[in-house]
Ligand binder design. Structure first.
Ligand code: SAM
Length: 279
């Protein structure tokens, strides 16, 4: 174990410096994540199932249209896509986790749901242009992209929406930013979330106050392999959200802090749902 190298990796990096690996597409980690997504009472990889159901109903009520073409970006194992399809909508779900998409496809077949699941990176979205009435991006995923990636995704969403189509997403708000930084933490395990083999994980988060960004960094060391996982999370005021979407000529932007149940970890105090229209 090269201790000096590990010490170097645990320092606070420059803003948006990439890690060495991605969590969502790693075969072992994505299997762990899938189990966490599917746990009905955990607010972790997905929100808990009762919240997913009430959120999906709220999302559909924002348009009040029957038989929509819906694009569910970052659909994971398809928990929202399935609800939308059950209510009679034509759904396309996109996710770059092959493991989640394979699970979602299998479930759709078993439940007799006709959902078009695509294993794609939504930064390179390849779907027919101007063909969706509604695009969803749920569980604060817009906020984990850096500003360039975010603009790429917003451009892709704009292209995918029909004129007058609706985009619904949620973001973390910027209240009490200092409290969003977690203390240092370490884990030494024979096997676990990060690896099937013995590993040491050193985790820390760092605040970049001017940019309203918190980095959650995990340095994971095995005998042979060393990786750094970095998650950049952005926090937004209403004004930040308006500034983010307005260059794409989205209009009728509205903010909703009453969508998530009050007692949940994620609730209206920390999460804002946004509804906007493609002009
Ligand atoms: C926090 S999970 C939320 C999943 C789902 N929306 C839900 O709430 O149940 C984020 C999902 O986005 C997917 N994802 C992250 N970045 C992506 C990208 N660039 N392209 C496609 N999918 C992505 C991950 O694989 C993961 O399934």
């Amino acid at each position: 174990m090269d201790i000096k190298e590990i010490i170097k990796q645990t320092q606070k990096p420059a803003l948006y410096e990439k890690g060495s690996a991605v969590m969502w597409t790693d075969p072992h980690i994505s299997e762990q994540l899938l189990q966490i997504h599917l746990h009905p009472d955990l607010d972790l990889a997905s929100r808990k199932y009762s919240t997913i159901k009430s959120t999906a109903d709220w999302v559909l009520a924002q348009t009040n249209k029957e038989q929509m073409n819906i694009l569910d970006l970052g659909c994971g194992p398809g928990l929202y896509s399935e609800i939308f399809a059950t209510k009679g909508h034509k759904v396309t779900g996109v996710d770059f986790s092959e493991n989640s998409i394979n699970y979602a496809k299998k479930e759709a077949i078993e439940k007799g749901l006709d959902i078009n699941y695509l294993n794609q990176n939504y930064l390179e979205l390849d779907v027919p242009e101007q063909s969706f009435d509604l695009v969803t991006l749920i569980y604060t995923d817009l906020g984990v992209l850096n500003p360039n990636e975010r603009n790429t995704l917003l451009g892709n969403i704009k292209k995918a929406l029909k004129p007058g189509g609706i985009f619904i997403f949620d973001v973390l708000n910027d209240k009490d930013l200092n409290k969003k930084v977690s203390p240092k933490n370490w884990e030494a395990a024979e096997s676990g979330f990060w690896r099937p083999n013995p590993y040491l994980a050193l985790s820390e988060s760092f605040l970049y106050e001017n940019e309203k960004v918190v980095l959650s960094q995990h340095v994971v060391t095995e005998d042979e392999r060393k990786e750094v996982y970095r998650f950049w999370t952005h926090f937004f005021s209403h004004n930040d959200i308006s500034e983010m979407v307005s260059p794409f000529r989205f209009t009728d932007l509205s903010f909703h802090e009453d969508v998530l149940p009050v007692g949940d970890i994620w609730n209206g105090d920390n999460v804002t749902f946004c509804v906007t229209k493609n002009n």
